[in-house]
Ligand binder design. Structure first.
Ligand code: PLP
Length: 400
Protein backbone atom coordinates (compact mmCIF):
# COMPACT_ATOMS: atom_id res chain seq x y z
CA UNK A 1 0.00 0.00 0.00
CA UNK A 2 0.99 3.55 -0.57
CA UNK A 3 2.23 5.59 2.37
CA UNK A 4 3.02 9.25 2.31
CA UNK A 5 6.28 10.59 3.61
CA UNK A 6 5.92 12.09 7.05
CA UNK A 7 6.89 15.53 5.78
CA UNK A 8 3.69 15.82 3.75
CA UNK A 9 1.41 13.56 5.80
CA UNK A 10 -0.36 16.47 7.47
CA UNK A 11 -0.72 18.58 4.33
CA UNK A 12 -3.99 18.38 2.45
CA UNK A 13 -4.85 19.66 -0.98
CA UNK A 14 -6.07 23.09 -0.11
CA UNK A 15 -9.73 23.99 0.21
CA UNK A 16 -9.06 26.65 -2.43
CA UNK A 17 -8.37 23.90 -4.96
CA UNK A 18 -11.43 21.98 -3.79
CA UNK A 19 -13.63 25.03 -4.33
CA UNK A 20 -12.06 25.52 -7.76
CA UNK A 21 -12.78 21.90 -8.68
CA UNK A 22 -16.36 22.16 -7.47
CA UNK A 23 -16.87 25.38 -9.43
CA UNK A 24 -15.45 23.76 -12.57
CA UNK A 25 -17.73 20.76 -12.14
CA UNK A 26 -20.79 22.99 -11.79
CA UNK A 27 -19.76 24.87 -14.92
CA UNK A 28 -19.55 21.60 -16.82
CA UNK A 29 -23.09 20.90 -15.64
CA UNK A 30 -24.08 24.11 -17.39
CA UNK A 31 -24.35 26.43 -14.39
CA UNK A 32 -23.23 30.06 -14.94
CA UNK A 33 -20.63 30.04 -12.17
CA UNK A 34 -18.56 33.18 -11.58
CA UNK A 35 -15.22 32.35 -10.02
CA UNK A 36 -13.63 35.15 -8.03
CA UNK A 37 -10.78 33.03 -6.79
CA UNK A 38 -7.99 33.77 -9.22
CA UNK A 39 -4.59 34.70 -7.87
CA UNK A 40 -3.50 36.23 -11.14
CA UNK A 41 -4.11 39.37 -13.20
CA UNK A 42 -6.72 38.94 -15.92
CA UNK A 43 -4.52 40.90 -18.36
CA UNK A 44 -2.29 39.58 -21.15
CA UNK A 45 1.49 39.60 -20.92
CA UNK A 46 2.55 42.77 -22.82
CA UNK A 47 3.67 42.33 -26.43
CA UNK A 48 7.22 43.63 -25.98
CA UNK A 49 7.77 40.90 -23.38
CA UNK A 50 6.34 38.19 -25.63
CA UNK A 51 8.56 39.46 -28.49
CA UNK A 52 11.66 39.22 -26.29
CA UNK A 53 10.77 35.60 -25.54
CA UNK A 54 10.26 34.80 -29.23
CA UNK A 55 13.61 36.44 -30.00
CA UNK A 56 15.25 34.31 -27.32
CA UNK A 57 13.89 31.16 -28.96
CA UNK A 58 15.00 32.27 -32.43
CA UNK A 59 18.51 33.15 -31.26
CA UNK A 60 19.01 29.81 -29.59
CA UNK A 61 18.65 30.77 -25.94
CA UNK A 62 17.21 27.34 -25.41
CA UNK A 63 19.92 25.68 -23.33
CA UNK A 64 20.69 25.37 -19.64
CA UNK A 65 21.66 28.69 -18.18
CA UNK A 66 23.63 29.62 -15.09
CA UNK A 67 21.89 27.84 -12.21
CA UNK A 68 20.08 30.73 -10.54
CA UNK A 69 19.80 33.27 -13.34
CA UNK A 70 21.72 34.57 -16.34
CA UNK A 71 24.11 37.48 -15.87
CA UNK A 72 21.78 39.62 -17.94
CA UNK A 73 18.79 38.80 -15.75
CA UNK A 74 20.72 39.42 -12.53
CA UNK A 75 21.83 42.82 -13.82
CA UNK A 76 18.19 43.63 -14.66
CA UNK A 77 17.09 42.56 -11.16
CA UNK A 78 19.91 44.57 -9.62
CA UNK A 79 18.73 47.60 -11.61
CA UNK A 80 15.14 47.08 -10.49
CA UNK A 81 16.11 47.05 -6.80
CA UNK A 82 18.27 50.16 -7.24
CA UNK A 83 15.72 52.08 -9.28
CA UNK A 84 12.48 51.16 -7.54
CA UNK A 85 13.57 50.38 -3.99
CA UNK A 86 16.82 52.27 -3.49
CA UNK A 87 18.63 49.08 -2.45
CA UNK A 88 22.09 48.11 -3.71
CA UNK A 89 22.66 44.38 -4.14
CA UNK A 90 25.79 42.73 -5.57
CA UNK A 91 25.15 40.17 -8.32
CA UNK A 92 26.03 37.29 -5.99
CA UNK A 93 23.33 38.51 -3.61
CA UNK A 94 20.66 37.86 -6.25
CA UNK A 95 18.92 34.62 -7.24
CA UNK A 96 16.19 33.72 -9.74
CA UNK A 97 13.92 30.68 -9.72
CA UNK A 98 10.70 29.29 -11.13
CA UNK A 99 8.48 31.86 -9.44
CA UNK A 100 8.69 33.69 -6.14
CA UNK A 101 7.26 30.49 -4.74
CA UNK A 102 10.36 28.48 -5.62
CA UNK A 103 12.61 31.20 -4.25
CA UNK A 104 10.83 31.03 -0.88
CA UNK A 105 10.79 27.24 -0.94
CA UNK A 106 14.55 27.27 -1.58
CA UNK A 107 15.02 29.63 1.36
CA UNK A 108 13.09 27.41 3.78
CA UNK A 109 14.76 24.21 2.54
CA UNK A 110 18.15 25.86 2.85
CA UNK A 111 17.68 27.21 6.38
CA UNK A 112 15.17 25.23 8.44
CA UNK A 113 16.11 22.38 10.71
CA UNK A 114 13.43 20.26 12.39
CA UNK A 115 11.47 22.37 14.87
CA UNK A 116 12.75 25.73 13.64
CA UNK A 117 9.95 28.28 13.79
CA UNK A 118 8.65 30.65 11.15
CA UNK A 119 6.29 33.41 12.26
CA UNK A 120 3.33 34.03 9.96
CA UNK A 121 0.79 36.83 10.42
CA UNK A 122 -2.77 35.58 9.80
CA UNK A 123 -4.47 35.93 7.42
CA UNK A 124 -1.56 34.57 5.39
CA UNK A 125 -1.02 32.97 1.98
CA UNK A 126 -1.57 29.25 2.69
CA UNK A 127 1.53 28.14 0.81
CA UNK A 128 3.84 29.71 3.39
CA UNK A 129 2.71 27.36 6.12
CA UNK A 130 2.81 24.27 3.92
CA UNK A 131 6.25 25.11 2.55
CA UNK A 132 7.56 25.57 6.08
CA UNK A 133 6.14 22.18 7.10
CA UNK A 134 7.62 20.42 4.06
CA UNK A 135 10.99 21.94 4.94
CA UNK A 136 10.68 20.48 8.47
CA UNK A 137 9.90 23.77 10.19
CA UNK A 138 7.09 24.83 12.45
CA UNK A 139 4.72 27.64 11.40
CA UNK A 140 3.87 29.95 14.30
CA UNK A 141 0.69 31.80 13.43
CA UNK A 142 0.04 35.23 14.95
CA UNK A 143 -3.55 36.37 14.32
CA UNK A 144 -4.06 39.97 13.21
CA UNK A 145 -7.30 41.87 13.67
CA UNK A 146 -9.34 43.89 11.25
CA UNK A 147 -9.21 46.78 13.74
CA UNK A 148 -5.44 46.81 13.24
CA UNK A 149 -5.88 46.70 9.47
CA UNK A 150 -4.89 43.00 9.41
CA UNK A 151 -1.34 44.15 10.13
CA UNK A 152 1.02 42.44 12.55
CA UNK A 153 1.51 44.47 15.72
CA UNK A 154 4.95 44.83 17.27
CA UNK A 155 4.00 43.52 20.77
CA UNK A 156 2.40 40.42 19.22
CA UNK A 157 5.54 39.79 17.20
CA UNK A 158 7.72 40.26 20.27
CA UNK A 159 5.60 37.73 22.19
CA UNK A 160 5.84 35.14 19.39
CA UNK A 161 9.63 35.16 19.13
CA UNK A 162 11.41 32.22 20.81
CA UNK A 163 15.00 31.00 20.66
CA UNK A 164 13.82 28.67 17.86
CA UNK A 165 12.47 31.48 15.66
CA UNK A 166 14.29 31.48 12.36
CA UNK A 167 12.19 33.72 10.14
CA UNK A 168 9.45 36.31 10.23
CA UNK A 169 7.47 36.35 7.02
CA UNK A 170 5.93 39.64 5.94
CA UNK A 171 3.80 40.10 2.83
CA UNK A 172 2.80 43.61 1.81
CA UNK A 173 0.49 44.23 0.06
CA UNK A 174 -0.98 41.00 1.32
CA UNK A 175 -2.69 38.01 -0.15
CA UNK A 176 -5.43 37.57 1.07
CA UNK A 177 -6.21 40.79 2.98
CA UNK A 178 -4.85 43.39 0.57
CA UNK A 179 -3.40 45.15 3.63
CA UNK A 180 -0.13 46.99 3.16
CA UNK A 181 2.45 48.35 5.59
CA UNK A 182 3.48 51.96 5.16
CA UNK A 183 6.67 53.20 6.75
CA UNK A 184 4.84 54.05 9.97
CA UNK A 185 3.48 50.54 10.36
CA UNK A 186 6.68 48.78 9.31
CA UNK A 187 9.08 50.68 11.60
CA UNK A 188 7.86 49.16 14.90
CA UNK A 189 8.10 45.66 13.42
CA UNK A 190 11.65 46.29 12.27
CA UNK A 191 12.54 47.71 15.69
CA UNK A 192 11.50 44.41 17.27
CA UNK A 193 13.62 42.50 14.76
CA UNK A 194 16.61 44.69 15.53
CA UNK A 195 16.39 43.56 19.14
CA UNK A 196 16.36 39.88 18.12
CA UNK A 197 19.40 39.33 15.93
CA UNK A 198 18.75 35.60 15.46
CA UNK A 199 15.49 36.27 13.57
CA UNK A 200 15.68 36.74 9.81
CA UNK A 201 13.08 38.50 7.71
CA UNK A 202 11.52 37.20 4.52
CA UNK A 203 9.79 40.08 2.78
CA UNK A 204 7.40 38.88 0.07
CA UNK A 205 6.97 41.95 -2.13
CA UNK A 206 5.23 40.21 -5.04
CA UNK A 207 2.30 42.69 -5.05
CA UNK A 208 4.58 45.75 -4.85
CA UNK A 209 3.16 47.46 -7.91
CA UNK A 210 -0.47 46.96 -6.93
CA UNK A 211 -0.70 49.64 -4.28
CA UNK A 212 -3.51 52.21 -4.50
CA UNK A 213 -4.44 55.77 -3.64
CA UNK A 214 -0.93 56.98 -4.45
CA UNK A 215 0.62 55.15 -1.47
CA UNK A 216 4.39 54.71 -1.62
CA UNK A 217 5.74 51.16 -1.44
CA UNK A 218 8.33 50.46 1.27
CA UNK A 219 10.33 47.33 1.93
CA UNK A 220 12.40 46.42 4.98
CA UNK A 221 15.89 46.27 3.45
CA UNK A 222 15.42 49.79 2.14
CA UNK A 223 13.94 51.19 5.33
CA UNK A 224 16.37 49.57 7.77
CA UNK A 225 19.80 48.98 6.19
CA UNK A 226 20.94 47.34 9.44
CA UNK A 227 18.49 44.50 8.75
CA UNK A 228 19.58 44.03 5.14
CA UNK A 229 22.17 41.52 6.37
CA UNK A 230 19.39 39.18 7.48
CA UNK A 231 16.61 39.97 5.06
CA UNK A 232 15.57 38.05 1.98
CA UNK A 233 13.61 40.34 -0.32
CA UNK A 234 11.42 38.30 -2.67
CA UNK A 235 9.68 39.55 -5.77
CA UNK A 236 8.82 38.37 -9.28
CA UNK A 237 7.24 39.20 -12.59
CA UNK A 238 4.02 37.18 -12.12
CA UNK A 239 1.71 39.84 -10.73
CA UNK A 240 3.38 43.05 -11.94
CA UNK A 241 3.60 42.04 -15.60
CA UNK A 242 0.78 39.49 -15.90
CA UNK A 243 3.34 36.69 -16.28
CA UNK A 244 2.09 34.01 -13.88
CA UNK A 245 2.54 31.21 -16.41
CA UNK A 246 6.16 32.10 -17.21
CA UNK A 247 7.30 31.06 -13.73
CA UNK A 248 9.97 33.59 -12.95
CA UNK A 249 10.62 35.01 -9.51
CA UNK A 250 13.67 36.36 -7.78
CA UNK A 251 15.15 37.15 -4.41
CA UNK A 252 17.99 39.17 -2.96
CA UNK A 253 19.80 38.79 0.33
CA UNK A 254 23.11 37.97 1.97
CA UNK A 255 25.52 36.05 -0.25
CA UNK A 256 25.79 33.01 2.06
CA UNK A 257 22.00 32.58 2.07
CA UNK A 258 21.77 32.98 -1.70
CA UNK A 259 24.53 30.35 -2.14
CA UNK A 260 22.68 27.91 0.15
CA UNK A 261 19.47 28.45 -1.81
CA UNK A 262 21.36 27.68 -5.03
CA UNK A 263 22.28 24.27 -3.58
CA UNK A 264 18.58 23.44 -3.17
CA UNK A 265 17.71 24.66 -6.65
CA UNK A 266 20.65 22.83 -8.23
CA UNK A 267 19.25 19.48 -7.07
CA UNK A 268 15.61 20.18 -7.86
CA UNK A 269 14.78 22.27 -10.92
CA UNK A 270 18.14 23.76 -12.00
CA UNK A 271 17.80 27.05 -13.85
CA UNK A 272 14.44 28.73 -14.41
CA UNK A 273 13.29 28.50 -18.04
CA UNK A 274 15.82 30.27 -20.29
CA UNK A 275 13.06 31.84 -22.38
CA UNK A 276 11.23 33.15 -19.32
CA UNK A 277 14.47 34.69 -18.10
CA UNK A 278 14.84 36.61 -21.39
CA UNK A 279 11.21 37.71 -21.09
CA UNK A 280 11.79 38.88 -17.50
CA UNK A 281 14.76 40.99 -18.62
CA UNK A 282 12.44 42.74 -21.08
CA UNK A 283 9.80 43.18 -18.38
CA UNK A 284 12.17 44.70 -15.84
CA UNK A 285 14.12 46.90 -18.27
CA UNK A 286 11.26 47.82 -20.59
CA UNK A 287 8.48 50.42 -20.47
CA UNK A 288 6.51 50.41 -17.21
CA UNK A 289 3.44 52.36 -18.31
CA UNK A 290 1.14 49.30 -18.44
CA UNK A 291 1.88 48.55 -14.81
CA UNK A 292 0.44 51.94 -13.82
CA UNK A 293 -2.54 51.52 -16.16
CA UNK A 294 -3.41 48.15 -14.65
CA UNK A 295 -3.06 49.59 -11.18
CA UNK A 296 -5.68 52.20 -12.02
CA UNK A 297 -8.03 49.53 -13.34
CA UNK A 298 -7.58 47.44 -10.20
CA UNK A 299 -8.13 50.44 -7.94
CA UNK A 300 -11.42 51.20 -9.68
CA UNK A 301 -12.53 47.59 -9.32
CA UNK A 302 -11.53 47.55 -5.66
CA UNK A 303 -13.66 50.63 -5.01
CA UNK A 304 -16.60 49.07 -6.81
CA UNK A 305 -16.45 45.78 -4.92
CA UNK A 306 -15.86 47.38 -1.50
CA UNK A 307 -18.81 49.71 -2.00
CA UNK A 308 -21.13 46.94 -3.17
CA UNK A 309 -20.16 44.60 -0.34
CA UNK A 310 -20.64 47.27 2.31
CA UNK A 311 -24.14 47.91 0.99
CA UNK A 312 -25.10 44.32 1.87
CA UNK A 313 -26.60 43.80 5.31
CA UNK A 314 -24.50 41.32 7.28
CA UNK A 315 -21.27 41.96 5.36
CA UNK A 316 -18.62 44.54 6.07
CA UNK A 317 -15.51 45.10 4.04
CA UNK A 318 -12.36 47.05 4.90
CA UNK A 319 -10.90 49.03 2.02
CA UNK A 320 -7.61 47.24 1.26
CA UNK A 321 -4.51 49.23 0.30
CA UNK A 322 -3.25 46.88 -2.39
CA UNK A 323 -3.07 43.54 -4.24
CA UNK A 324 -6.30 42.44 -5.99
CA UNK A 325 -8.26 40.99 -3.10
CA UNK A 326 -10.95 42.12 -0.70
CA UNK A 327 -11.22 40.37 2.65
CA UNK A 328 -14.73 40.97 3.93
CA UNK A 329 -16.32 39.89 7.18
CA UNK A 330 -19.41 37.69 7.12
CA UNK A 331 -19.72 37.73 10.93
CA UNK A 332 -23.14 39.38 10.58
CA UNK A 333 -24.50 36.34 8.77
CA UNK A 334 -23.34 33.64 11.16
CA UNK A 335 -26.32 31.86 12.71
CA UNK A 336 -28.73 32.65 9.88
CA UNK A 337 -30.53 29.97 7.90
CA UNK A 338 -30.77 29.21 4.21
CA UNK A 339 -34.10 28.51 2.47
CA UNK A 340 -33.47 24.78 2.95
CA UNK A 341 -32.92 25.25 6.67
CA UNK A 342 -29.14 24.86 6.77
CA UNK A 343 -27.38 27.07 9.32
CA UNK A 344 -24.56 29.34 8.19
CA UNK A 345 -22.24 28.50 11.05
CA UNK A 346 -18.89 29.53 9.56
CA UNK A 347 -17.26 31.37 6.68
CA UNK A 348 -16.79 27.99 4.96
CA UNK A 349 -20.53 27.32 5.20
CA UNK A 350 -21.24 30.79 3.79
CA UNK A 351 -18.89 30.25 0.83
CA UNK A 352 -20.37 26.83 0.16
CA UNK A 353 -23.85 28.34 0.19
CA UNK A 354 -22.78 31.12 -2.21
CA UNK A 355 -21.43 28.58 -4.67
CA UNK A 356 -24.19 26.00 -4.38
CA UNK A 357 -27.17 28.33 -4.36
CA UNK A 358 -25.97 31.45 -6.18
CA UNK A 359 -23.08 30.29 -8.41
CA UNK A 360 -20.37 32.54 -7.03
CA UNK A 361 -17.05 31.01 -5.96
CA UNK A 362 -15.08 32.88 -3.31
CA UNK A 363 -12.60 31.58 -0.71
CA UNK A 364 -13.29 31.37 3.05
CA UNK A 365 -10.92 33.33 5.27
CA UNK A 366 -10.32 30.24 7.36
CA UNK A 367 -8.26 28.93 4.41
CA UNK A 368 -5.86 31.75 5.25
CA UNK A 369 -5.98 31.23 9.00
CA UNK A 370 -8.61 33.87 9.87
CA UNK A 371 -12.40 33.64 9.93
CA UNK A 372 -15.19 34.57 9.61
CA UNK A 373 -14.10 36.34 6.44
CA UNK A 374 -14.12 35.60 2.74
CA UNK A 375 -11.72 36.61 0.02
CA UNK A 376 -12.78 37.96 -3.34
CA UNK A 377 -10.23 38.30 -6.11
CA UNK A 378 -11.23 41.27 -8.24
CA UNK A 379 -8.86 40.25 -11.02
CA UNK A 380 -12.04 39.68 -13.04
CA UNK A 381 -14.07 41.59 -15.61
CA UNK A 382 -16.31 44.49 -14.58
CA UNK A 383 -19.33 42.55 -15.81
CA UNK A 384 -18.47 39.50 -13.71
CA UNK A 385 -17.78 41.64 -10.64
CA UNK A 386 -21.09 43.47 -10.99
CA UNK A 387 -23.07 40.29 -11.43
CA UNK A 388 -21.22 38.49 -8.64
CA UNK A 389 -21.97 41.34 -6.21
CA UNK A 390 -25.64 41.22 -7.19
CA UNK A 391 -25.72 37.49 -6.56
CA UNK A 392 -24.00 37.84 -3.18
CA UNK A 393 -26.54 40.51 -2.21
CA UNK A 394 -29.40 38.23 -3.28
CA UNK A 395 -27.87 35.29 -1.42
CA UNK A 396 -27.57 37.30 1.78
CA UNK A 397 -31.04 38.79 1.62
CA UNK A 398 -32.62 35.36 1.22
CA UNK A 399 -31.11 34.16 4.51
CA UNK A 400 -33.52 34.08 7.41
N1 PLP B 1 3.45 35.35 -2.81
C1 PLP B 1 2.12 35.58 -2.71
C2 PLP B 1 1.60 36.31 -1.54
C3 PLP B 1 1.25 35.11 -3.70
O1 PLP B 1 -0.06 35.35 -3.60
C4 PLP B 1 1.79 34.38 -4.79
C5 PLP B 1 0.91 33.83 -5.84
O2 PLP B 1 -0.26 33.64 -5.70
C6 PLP B 1 3.16 34.17 -4.85
C7 PLP B 1 3.96 34.67 -3.84
C8 PLP B 1 3.80 33.35 -5.93
O3 PLP B 1 4.17 34.03 -7.04
P1 PLP B 1 4.97 33.32 -8.21
O4 PLP B 1 4.03 33.19 -9.35
O5 PLP B 1 6.11 34.26 -8.51
O6 PLP B 1 5.47 32.01 -7.73
Amino acid sequence: TFGRARRIAAIEVSEILRIGALAAQRRREGRPVIVLGAGEPDFETPDHIKEAAIRAIRTGQTHYTVLDGTGELKVAIQGKFRRENGIQYALDEITAGAGAKQVMYNAFMATLDPGDEVILAAPYWTSYADMVVIAGGQPVVVPCTEANGFRLQAPDLEAAITPRTRWLLLNSPSNPSGAAYGEQQLRPILDVLRRHPHVWLLSDDIYEHLLYDGAAFVTAAQLEPELKERTLTVNGVSKSYAMTGWRLGYGAGPKALIAAMAVVQSQSTSNPCSISQAAAVAALNGPQDLVAQWRDVFQRRRDFVVERLNAIEGISCRRPEGAFYTFASCAGLIGRRTATGAVIDSDSAFCRYLLESHDVAVVPGSCFGLGPYFRISYAASDADLRQACERIAAACSSLA
